[in-house]
Design a protein around this ligand. Structure first.
Ligand SMILES: Nc1ncnc2c1ncn2[C@@H]1O[C@H](COP(=O)(O)OP(=O)(O)OP(=O)(O)O)[C@@H](O)[C@H]1O
Ligand SMILES: [Mg+2]
Length: 423
């Protein structure tokens, strides 16, 4: 989450973003059409035909048959402009649409950057921990948690900075996250503690374990499980379009969400960067409750755009409407769509129907994502568990028998979901 000055009216920006994304999808499809298999095969046949005419002509001259040679030379000359025209129109169209796509992507980036900016009426430009120099942040952490020796920085997000640290006596490794200064966010301290109590009680194989929340010198610190396998965002290229690992990840995250929702915790920021892998390949959801901490409100109240990630945020988040468990199902579906297609889905149309192009996803699985990418929460799956059971049944029908038991992303969730995946 970037924090930048607010420009423009968010409603108008969101409307334009929706249009730009729909146009992006359409142009992308047209560009693929310009060089699709039929066009490529016709072009190749024309080039082969031309080569045959030219060769027969040359051979005929060499074999002392100038009449035939001339006839084929004339055919070659007549065919050449057609072949050049066909090549120019397919390749030229492809390149021109490519330039259009680049222009649209720049505009999309520009709009999403503006939408990521915090609303000045809700958050007054907080000084954030990720603005700190890593050395200063590490010193703050060591002062707050003297039992730990900071080893190296793991990364920075929009609202925090994360270090790997080792417990001086026990030797265990933990990820320590230093968060936005609470004093600068209204009422955040009591909310932080409330969230802390819930998060510490959440013990699930696909949720990153949180061991401790500490407040020190105006900063919030979270001591959590170190996840050495990187994020689903970092592993996107490797997972791209592969139904088995992507569906296994979807089932694991849906099961984790079901457990959190049962305790009244909505994640609010499900996206590939918040799904991390343990060293043994098990995927875990991180940052539960953090989006809410930054949202400046309790459930049901408006969320600040500070806690939104464009491309994954549900329409009700963008519109400042009520956030529910179904908000996370939109984020999860957008995440799976990204892992299947390489793109985030366009925002749904005004009637709620997703405008995402799901044709490259196995149809049964596409139907599951389509349902929870609906713009209206009431049209999505009613719960994370129902989403998981639906995805499990669709994956079981589309993938090879026993796929989940040998999936490269291990599933450690509910037996009921594992059984549904075997259908
Ligand atoms: N428990 C963890 N173990 C290992 N690496 C982690 C852990 N938590 C976070 N990281 C890494 O630290 C970096 C910063 O994480 P952070 O959650 O602050 O940002 P983000 O999720 O990338 O973005 P955003 O601020 O939008 O949520 C990321 O590269 C993340 O993969
Ligand atoms: Mg994160």
């Amino acid at each position: 989450m970037a924090i930048m000055p607010q420009q423009g009216d968010p409603g108008a920006l969101r409307a334009e973003l929706g249009e730009v994304r729909a146009a992006l999808d359409e142009t992308d499809a047209r560009r693929r059409g310009a060089l699709d298999r039929t066009a490529a095969v016709s072009l190749a046949l024309m080039v082969v035909g031309l080569a045959v005419f030219a060769s027969v002509s040359a051979y005929s001259f060499a074999a002392g048959q100038p009449g035939r040679g001339r006839a084929f030379a004339v055919l070659t000359v007549i065919a050449l402009p057609f072949v050049l025209y066909a090549a120019w129109s397919s390749v030229g169209r492809y390149l021109r649409l490519g330039r259009e796509l680049t222009r649209m992507r720049r505009r999309e980036l520009d709009l999403t950057t503006q939408l990521r900016a915090p609303s000045p009426t809700r958050v007054e430009a907080p000084v954030i921990s990720s603005d700190l120099e890593p050395d200063a942040a590490a010193a703050t952490i060591e002062a707050a948690l003297p039992a730990y020796a900071v080893q190296r920085m793991l990364g920075k997000g929009g609202c925090g900075i994360v270090f790997l640290a080792e417990h001086r006596q026990a030797g265990w490794q933990r990820a320590l996250k230093l968060l936005t200064e609470p004093d600068l966010l209204p009422d955040s301290q009591s909310r932080f503690l409330r969230e802390a109590q819930v998060m510490e009680s959440l013990d699930h194989p696909h949720v990153a374990r949180v061991y401790e929340y500490v407040e020190h010198a105006g900063f919030n610190l979270i001591v959590m499980e170190f996840l050495a396998g990187g994020s689903a965002s970092a592993r996107r290229a490797e997972l791209l379009g592969r139904p088995e690992p992507v569906c296994a990840l979807g089932l694991a995250v849906a099961d984790a969400l079901a457990a959190a929702h049962a305790r009244g915790v909505v994640h609010r920021d499900i996206k590939p960067a918040n799904l991390l892998f343990a060293a043994d390949g098990v995927v875990k959801v991180t940052d539960f409750g953090i989006a809410k901490l930054l949202a400046g409100g309790v459930d049901g109240e408006q969320a600040s755009v500070l806690a939104l990630t464009p491309g994954y945020a549900a329409p009700e988040q963008l519109n400042g409407d009520e956030i529910t468990a179904r908000t996370d199902l939109f984020g999860l579906s957008a995440t799976l769509y990204r892992l299947f297609t390489g793109r985030t889905p366009p925002l749904p149309g005004p009637d709620g129907s997703p405008r995402a192009n799901l044709t490259t996803i196995p149809p049964g699985i596409a139907a599951v994502l389509e349902r929870s990418l609906n713009g209206f929460p009431e049209n999505r799956h009613p719960s994370a568990k129902e989403f998981a059971l639906d995805l499990a049944a669709a994956s079981g029908a589309a993938l090879r028998p026993g796929w989940l038991d040998s999936a490269e992303i291990p599933f450690r969730g509910a037996a009921e979901i594992r059984a549904a995946a075997k259908a």
